[in-house]
Structure formats: C-alpha cells, structure tokens
Design a protein around this ligand. Sequence first.
Ligand SMILES: [Zn+2]
Length: 233
Amino acid sequence: MIACLRRVAYSLFSPLLSVAFPRLCGGCGRRLSSAEKGICVGCRLRLEPFEHSNRLLRQRFSSFISPIDSVYAGYLFTPDSVARAIVHSLKYGHNRAAGIALGRLVACKEGLRKEDFDWLVPIPIHPQKLAERGYNQAYAIALGVHEVTGIPIAKDALRRRQYGTSQTEKHRQERIRAMKDAFTAGPHFPQEGLRLLLVDDVLTTGATLSEAAVVLAKAFPKRLSVLVAAVDM
Ligand SMILES: [Zn+2]
C-alpha cells in the first residue's frame, strides 16, 4: 500500500521536480534526457581512458610502505578533461548521480566481477565534511561499482580522523605529511583473509590510498586492491 502511494506521488510530482531541479550532466552541465543518468552520452564518449595501471602502481606507490597489490584506474584527469569536470561536479556541485555514473563506467571499463572481491571500501571523509556535502564522493563511486558488479560496500570499515583542508593546492610532501595517521579502523572493520577493493575519486600522490591501505592491512587481507575513478596527471 505504502509503495503504491509512493509510486502515485512520484508520478504526480516527478514532472514538477524535474522542472524545479533539472538533472544535469556532471561533465558539461547540460540537461540530461530521461534515458541518461549522471553523465550525458557525449561526455561519456569524451572521457579519456587511463591505460597504464601497472606502471602507475609502481610509480605512485613506490615511495610508500604500501600493501597494495593492484590498481584499477578509470580516466585521465587533466585541467580541461571531462573527468575533472565530473569530479568537480560530484565534489562541489552536489551532483551525486555523476559520481554513481562514473563508478558504473569504471567498473565496466576494468571488467570488475563480483567473484573477484569480497568488499568495496570507499575512502571515508570526516563526519563534518559529510554533513557539509551531504554524501561521501568515494561512496557514490563505490555505489556505481556495486550497481554494475554486485560487490557489497563496507560502509564503516574505516573512519577519518582529520577534517583537513583541500588537498588540491598542496605539494607532494605536504600531502604526504597531511595524510599521516588520517584513518583508523571503523566499527565494521573487515575480518581477516578477505579480498578488499579500496575506492577513491582521484589518484594524485597516492598518499591518501596508501594511508588507508596501511590501516586495512591490519585485517591481513588476502588481496588489497585500489580503484580510482580518475588519475591526476
Ligand atoms: Zn555532458
């Protein structure tokens, strides 16, 4: 009965909501068609795939004591890239749907399968930032991966200790220092011997993912991998 009423209410108010709050593409900002979700067809085609995940693993994580086994990387993040526009829309434009769509695209691009992983672990943000933004951008991307693969999301595996400031303008050494001890185990920390896939929006220095991986390594995972939607070049 309640579900039926909800459907009726949605059918009545959905057209009004779409006029008041049009769904916009995270890449170009234009209004999406009813068939498009988060990112328009044109922007999907303009995303530039990142194709060097193994070399990236060696370069970005080599200076950390990092237990990461493999990296799945989505798209190139350069100053004029579509991936940058989508990530900005996700983080600063309240466009959660763009992040979910990006997660779906990366999962398809990398051919992820449920049988290869036990949990997706989104990089957490500080509770104060969560309250300000209304959602965790890494969780939105993980949700897209989950929709495609069915891999469950470990929502509270990690906790963020620091509120922090924007990492965008910091240099490499500042970023590394800023992320030291940034994470701690959450209430649903994984059991030992699982195959975990850490999820984040953008890979820059690797400091954030490395710090989170060090905490997750305390669960002695069978395999610890990383998925990033975009790679800052
Ligand atoms: Zn677009």
